[in-house]
Design a protein around this ligand. Structure first.
Ligand SMILES: [Cu+2]
Length: 150
């Protein structure tokens, strides 16, 4: 019995240790949706994400026909490559502070975009002003941009 309790205690300590290690980095889930049931179609939910360096953003293909990939014009230097496949879960690891623009390639023209803001200092913040979204993406882009720094 003593041995078994000893083992359980040891396992518990290992588990507690790994949870403590993970506590500083969060995994944030973003759904890729056809609609949100509130009159919004083709969207990331959430579409404005506050994160920190070390976090991972997991894009989940809740509905079919979507992907998640970088908007290269809104991407921090050293932020890495990011192109998810259609209908596939894809994970972005945040390695650098800054603003990250995300789009769904098929639905970008319908405004399927998201912004991730990581950290307080945003070295590529100017990209938000110089970026010119196309078509319907503009309305949503302006709404998202409004939220940066709030
Ligand atoms: Cu899409």
């Amino acid at each position: 019995m003593t041995t078994r309790f000893g083992l359980i205690a040891a396992v518990s300590m290992v588990l507690a240790g790994s949870f403590a290690g993970a506590a500083s980095a969060d995994e944030i889930e973003v759904k890729m949706l056809n609609n949100n049931g509130k009159g919004k179609f083709m969207l990331f939910e959430p579409d404005f994400i506050k994160a920190k360096v070390g976090d991972t953003i997991k894009f989940v293909p809740t509905n079919k026909g979507h992907n998640a990939e970088a908007i290269p014009a809104i991407w921090p230097e050293g932020g890495g490559e990011f192109v998810g496949e259609l209908n596939k879960e894809v994970v972005l690891k945040i390695e650098k502070p800054g603003v990250y623009g995300i789009k769904c390639k098929p639905h970008y023209p319908m405004g399927m975009i998201a912004l991730i803001v990581a950290g307080d200092e945003l070295p590529n913040k100017d990209q938000l002003e110089s970026y010119k979204p196309a078509g319907t993406a503009e309305k949503r882009y302006l709404e998202l941009k409004e939220q940066v720094g709030k």
